[in-house]
Design a protein around this ligand. Structure first.
Ligand SMILES: Nc1ncnc2c1ncn2[C@@H]1O[C@H](COP(=O)(O)OP(=O)(O)O)[C@@H](O)[C@H]1O
Ligand SMILES: [Mg+2]
Length: 325
C-alpha cells in the first residue's frame, strides 16, 4: 500500500479480549498519541470486542493499525476478519500470526530453514511424557505452546519433577513444549521493514535477578537488568541480527516482529566482561508478531537505540499496512 495519506481514517485496534488487554490499552494509547503528533488527524482508538466488524464498517475506517496483543489480536483471528472486510492492516498477516502464536509450529517452520533451535519435544494430550522426553538432557523447561509472559513455565531439575511441571503447563493449553534448559544470555531483537528492506534493531539483553526470565523477573521492577545493546561480541551481534531477519522472513512475517533468543556459549560467561567467545549458538526461542508498544516495552527501546524514535517507529509500522500476505 505504501505511504499512508494524512487524511486516511485509521482505526487503532487496542484493548481486546486477551489476557494482555491491559498492556494493549497502553500500547494503543501511545500509538494514537504518536499518530496525532505525526499529523494523522483521523486516527481513532477502537477497543476491540465481538462487534468489531460492525464498528469498523459503520465507522468507515480505511486502515487498521494493530496494537492488540495475545488471543484474537496476535493469532490471525483479527487479521482474518480484516481480510474479509477488505481493510488493510499493519504487521503480520493471517498465517504468520497463527504460526508464531504457537511455539511448536514456529519451531517446525524455522527448523526447515536452518535456524538454530533448542532441542525439544512436543507433547499432545494423552501422550506419555516420560517416554517422549527420554532423549532430552536434564534440566528441562516446560512451556504451554501458546502463552506469553513466561506463564505456566517450569524448570524441571529431575525426572520426578516432570509430571507436575507438565500438568502446570497443560492447564493453559493441552499441548506442551518441553525443551532442554540451557544456561546463556537472554536477548530479544526487533525486526522492521522500510521500503521493502527487512532489518534488525539493536539487541536488548535481559539479565534477570532470578535464575531465568520468569514471570516475576518480567513484571517486577528491579528484577531484571536491561542492557542495550547486549554485551556480546560484534560477531555474535551480527549473527543474532541475521538470524532474527531470517526467522522473520521464514515465518512470512511482515512489517514488524520481535524475536527472542537464548545465546549459549561453550566458553564460560564472565559477568560484566566480554560475554561470548564468538563461538556460541544463538538459539531462537520464539517470534512475537505484535510486540508491546508501551513506554517500557522492548521494541521502542531497541528501535531508539538505532536512532528510530517512537513516532518514527509507529510510522514505519503504519506504512506496513496492506503489505502482509
Ligand atoms: N530452553 C530454555 N533454557 C533456558 N531458559 C529459557 C529456555 N526457554 C526460555 N527460557 C527463558 O524464559 C524466557 C521466556 O521464554 P520464551 O520462550 O520467550 O516464552 P514467553 O512466551 O513466555 O516469552 C526466555 O527469555 C528465557 O530467559
Ligand atoms: Mg518471549
Amino acid at each position: 500500500m505504501g505511504n499512508i495519506e494524512k487524511e486516511t481514517k485509521i482505526a487503532i485496534l487496542y484493548g481486546g479480549m486477551s489476557s494482555e488487554r491491559e498492556v494493549s490499552l497502553r500500547s494503543g494509547k501511545n500509538c494514537h498519541a504518536a499518530l496525532q503528533r505525526l499529523g494523522f488527524k483521523n486516527a481513532g482508538l477502537v477497543d476491540v470486542d465481538k462487534n468489531i466488524a460492525q464498528t469498523l464498517v459503520n465507522g468507515g475506517f480505511e486502515v487498521a493499525y494493530n496494537a492488540l496483543h495475545g488471543k484474537y489480536g496476535e493469532d490471525g483471528c483479527i487479521q482474518g476478519l480484516l481480510e474479509v472486510l477488505g481493510i488493510p492492516y499493519t504487521g503480520c498477516g493471517v498465517m504468520a500470526s497463527a504460526v508464531c502464536m504457537n511455539k511448536e509450529y514456529t519451531k517446525r517452520l524455522l527448523a526447515a530453514c536452518g535456524v538454530p533451535l533448542v532441542k525439544s519435544v512436543f507433547i499432545r494430550q494423552g501422550e506419555d511424557v516420560r517416554e517422549k522426553t527420554k532423549d532430552l538432557k536434564y534440566p528441562l523447561i516446560t512451556k504451554p505452546v501458546s502463552e506469553g509472559s513466561s506463564f505456566g513455565m517450569t524448570k524441571v531439575n529431575s525426572p520426578d519433577e516432570l509430571q507436575a511441571a507438565y500438568e502446570e503447563a497443560a492447564k493453559y493449553n493441552p499441548d506442551v513444549l518441553i525443551e532442554e534448559y540451557l544456561t546463556g544470555v537472554s536477548a530479544t531483537v526487533g525486526v522492521l521493514e522500510r521500503e521493502g528492506k527487512t532489518f534488525a534493531t539493536e539487541i536488548l539483553e535481559l539479565r534477570p535477578k532470578n535464575e531465568w526470565y520468569d514471570y516475576e523477573a518480567k513484571y517486577t521492577k528491579g528484577m531484571t537488568e536491561f542492557i542495550l545493546p547486549a554485551q556480546i561480541s560484534s560477531e555474535m551481534t551480527q549473527r543474532v541480527k541475521e538470524i532474527a531477519v531470517k526467522a522473520h522472513t521464514a515465518a512470512n512475517c511482515s512489517g514488524v516482529s520481535r524475536v527472542d533468543f537464548l545465546i549459549v556459549d561453550p566458553a564460560p560467561l564472565a559477568r560484566g566482561g566480554n560475554r561470548d567467545s564468538g563461538r556460541g549458538i544463538p538459539y531462537v526461542l520464539e517470534i512475537n508478531t505484535s510486540p508491546g508498544m508501551t513506554d517500557t516495552s522492548d521494541l521502542p527501546a531497541q528501535a531508539a537505540a538505532m536512532g528510530i524514535d517512537y513516532d518514527n517507529l509507529v510510522l514505519l509500522i503504519l506504512n506496513s499496512a496492506g503489505l502482509n500476505k
